[in-house]
Ligand binder design. Sequence first.
Ligand SMILES: NC(=O)c1ccc[n+]([C@@H]2O[C@H](COP(=O)([O-])OP(=O)(O)OC[C@H]3O[C@@H](n4cnc5c(N)ncnc54)[C@H](OP(=O)(O)O)[C@@H]3O)[C@@H](O)[C@H]2O)c1
Length: 270
Amino acid sequence: MTDFGIIGTGHLGSMLAEASIRRGAIEKERLWVSNRSQKKALRLAEELGVRAANNHEVAKRSDIIFLCVRPMDLEEVISEIHEHLTPDKLVVSMAMDFPLSRIQGLCQARTARAIPSIASSKGLGVTLLVLSDDASEDDRSQLFRLFRAIGWPVEVTEEQLDVLSDLTSCGPAYICALLREFALEASRRDGKIDRGQAEKLIRKTLIGTAALLEDMSFDELIFMVATEGGITEEGIRVIKAHSQELFRSLFLATSARHRQVKDGIGDLKG
Ligand SMILES: NC(=O)c1ccc[n+]([C@@H]2O[C@H](COP(=O)([O-])OP(=O)(O)OC[C@H]3O[C@@H](n4cnc5c(N)ncnc54)[C@H](OP(=O)(O)O)[C@@H]3O)[C@@H](O)[C@H]2O)c1
């Protein structure tokens, strides 16, 4: 039987614990959790019946250890539990911008990276997975089994991670930010539409659209709505004309930030 550990039970770590237990991907007796401020881990122990401990105990007891701390804290955590990160263990880092090669240089364990999405809390998130060369087929199937329980795991290369995580991990926030502006503009049109009502209607429309997209491509759905010479076609024309610049700027800004975080990590000792 495999024991799992989660070190760092902030937003992501607690989502992973809750979703994996509630969806039956991990048995509660087999999940160990720790956090710098202990009360977050104790809350999970109380609510889910998992085992709260300190970082050492979690690393010692677990076969697969998820490191859910911020990139700047990762090196310190690995150094702290280093003695338990032996070749029979799999360490899975959730940290953006912290390369596998750096983790491999810090410990003896087999290594992987996983970047889930907030939508995994509803069992509907894409998780991007990168496995190192020393990871086994069993590691691959364990990770796929676990992340399939909370959405859709996809194996990618480390070079693809920055851009793809913009789509899948930042994506839910970007979609909301765009639609928030859509609702805001609707409410500015002539003062007859309340912003709250506009947001509520768009949220419902988004849920319906997401259901349609289960078995339809973007192009197919657009084709069904935007009849030739109709109103939607006019709107689509405007979106096409302006969105390339918007998304080009978005990727430029996020890649600059990725670079900044990577440089910050590079400056850490080690
Ligand atoms: N949030 C997302 O949607 C998302 C998506 C993909 C990837 N990620 C990645 O996931 C990681 C965590 O993100 P987050 O949003 O969950 O951040 P967060 O809410 O700040 O959680 C980080 C947690 O790590 C704990 N921590 C820090 N140092 C520790 C240590 N030495 N030992 C044990 N616990 C320690 C913190 O404890 P305290 O309570 O004491 O501060 C905090 O609870 C980041 O690397 C991020 O890049 C996040």
